[in-house]
Design a protein around this ligand. Sequence first.
Ligand code: PMP
Length: 322
Amino acid sequence: IKWTEGRGWHDAQLVPYAPLSMDPANMTLHYAQTIFEGLKAYRQPDGTVATFRPDANARRFQASARRLGMPELPVETFVAACDALVKQDKDWVPTNAEESLYLRPFMIASEVGLGVRPANEYLFIVIASPAGAYFTGGVKPVSVWLSQEYVRAVRGGTGAAKTGGNYAASLVAQAQAAQHGCDQVVWLDALERRWIEEMGGMNLYFVYGNKIVTPELSGSLLPGITRDSLLKIATDLGYEAAEGRISVDDWKAATEDGSLTEVFACGTAAVITPVGSVKSETASWTVGDGKPGEVTMKLRKALLDLQTGATPDTHGWMHPLG
Ligand code: PMP
């Protein structure tokens, strides 16, 4: 779908996957007005297909567009575009419950010009790809590196938007995590380098027995849809679920005194991933017993069962596509 100043959204098309041809002076290539989303279509027990909360992705896409000075795509248009592609590619939606069809809606500036200003032309596209099970051979806890040198986002910046620049800025920290033998980077706040924000492409949850706490939306972390869903699912399961502020020192101290029993990360790609160990420039520790925790695995199953239709959709989150 194209957007042109003065004309709005026009020319929706469903076309076979193909390269885009682009002018070297395309504004996106220089000034990075790009936003994207990620969601999945799941096979249901009766053979039909459904997406999970596409309207939530559509609203986050609008928020990202506002932050990047781009036009907002109506929620219905976003959802209809995803629906059209999933219906076209229905046979590509895997039948195995741990697999899915991953959808990647995105928007880029398409105007040609070298002036720094919001573009007058944009392109909204959705592509899809089958996504295998994130873990083959069972859920494995990840090790995390607390990044004290680099930050992902600052307050007033673009951290709460799903824009390419945030991911570009994260690459060296992810490489640094790998150099320290860790699977993922955990971001701290930019101001004090003290408060836990989020992990690579996932939000974090801290489990204190019957209570689960996720870092509050500070303005510099992504408001994950899985994060939001888990606040409600955990409550349904009888846990106390809250948003709060957790510092690196709190994390370490609560691990040492045994009150923090599990930590997990959550997002569309990996659903729920246990965090097994933590490392920083000055310290390292094991979370719980380093193995996937009971609460983590219970929430993981509840979320997957909901998405794959194994349990009733009491929140009206599933979007059936026939
Ligand atoms: N944080 C970041 C930086 C992400 O890229 C993602 C993945 N979209 C998430 C958190 C989790 O968000 P969601 O649950 O909507 O996939």
